[in-house]
Write a protein that binds this ligand. Structure first.
Ligand code: PMP
Length: 284
């Protein structure tokens, strides 16, 4: 695989970052994951806008322009012959040359790395036909989940807890309400209403969430942005999650309780179709 590090395209075994890099010792870094379908980037502008927001929130400089990120992503897709897959991008505060809690001088060059992951058939995942089982666990992450940082240890622990119970993912619960999944936004459906937690510092502002809610409203579905409890979710007609890599993924079981009739819901299936159609149409 050819990867990108600070302006260079290198074989992955020759790509290196300093052990003093703030991304390594402090998780002082933000990231984005952009899907690739048919060799084209899905919702590049949305991910680019969030990258800028995350960097601004942490006062990390942005070393590249949107056009330069676009060119770099396309170069990686082309060099690695990616048809379906993902691009992972990470920007760190860089390498101050030593370990210190205080941020280094803002002139310290940021570290930018990116790589591709091939996922043949990404959009026809068999899981989308059967749906995910999720468990719920307390949300013990930090309070600025709207910033897409690489502090992913708690979500990893929650994912492992799910796997240990034979489930696919975990939904995180705070003050009696679901915040989101380990790496996706969470929704329930009641009749013609799609319910998902409102935007705040408590959740990541999903790029897929924004697109799916826009498309749902355009399709005359009702959207209610508010928190919901585990009990309400278990009694819903349907449930699903959204993310750049899972698109719209139906959820059929929460903490062992079947949602609706336990099969993939019609609203989730339709939203997945509408979303994928629109994203393929607007991919660049
Ligand atoms: N919430 C969390 C905690 C996530 O990690 C992700 C995916 N990175 C999402 C939501 C979904 O965001 P997006 O649709 O932009 O992939």
């Amino acid at each position: 695989r050819t990867v990108y590090v600070n302006g260079a395209y290198l074989p992955e075994d020759q790509a290196t970052v300093s052990i003093f890099d703030r991304g390594f010792v402090m998780a002082d870094a933000v990231y984005e994951v952009v899907s690739v379908l048919d060799g084209k980037l899905i919702d590049f502008d949305g991910h680019q806008a969030r990258l800028t927001r995350s960097l601004d929130a942490l006062e990390i400089g942005n070393p590249l322009s949107d056009a330069e990120y676009l060119a770099m992503f396309r170069e990686l897709v082309s060099r690695n012959e990616i048809t379906d897959g993902m691009i992972y991008l990470q920007v760190t505060r860089g390498n101050p040359g030593d370990r210190d809690f205080a941020y280094p001088d803002p002139d310290t060059p940021q570290t930018v790395v990116a790589f591709t992951q091939a996922k043949p058939g990404l959009a026809d995942s068999p899981a989308a036909r059967t749906g995910w089982k999720v468990i719920t666990v307390p949300d013990e992450r930090w309070g600025r989940r709207d910033i897409k940082t690489t502090q992913l240890l708690y979500p990893s622990m929650a994912k492992m807890a799910a796997k240990a119970q034979g489930a696919d993912d975990a939904w995180l619960v705070e003050d009696g309400k679901i915040t989101e999944g380990t790496s996706n936004n969470a929704y329930i459906v009641k009749g013609n209403r799609i319910i998902t937690r409102e935007l705040s510092h408590d959740i990541l502002h999903g790029i897929t969430r924004a697109a799916v809610l826009r498309l749902a409203r355009e399709s005359q579905m009702q959207v209610e942005e508010r928190g919901f409890s585990v009990e309400e979710a278990q009694q819903a007609d349907e449930a699903f999650v959204t993310s750049a890599s899972a698109f719209v993924m139906p959820v059929v079981e929460i903490d062992g309780a079947a949602i609706g009739d336990g099969a993939v819901g019609t609203v989730a299936a339709r939203l997945r179709e509408i979303y994928l159609d629109e994203m393929r149409r607007t991919a660049i």
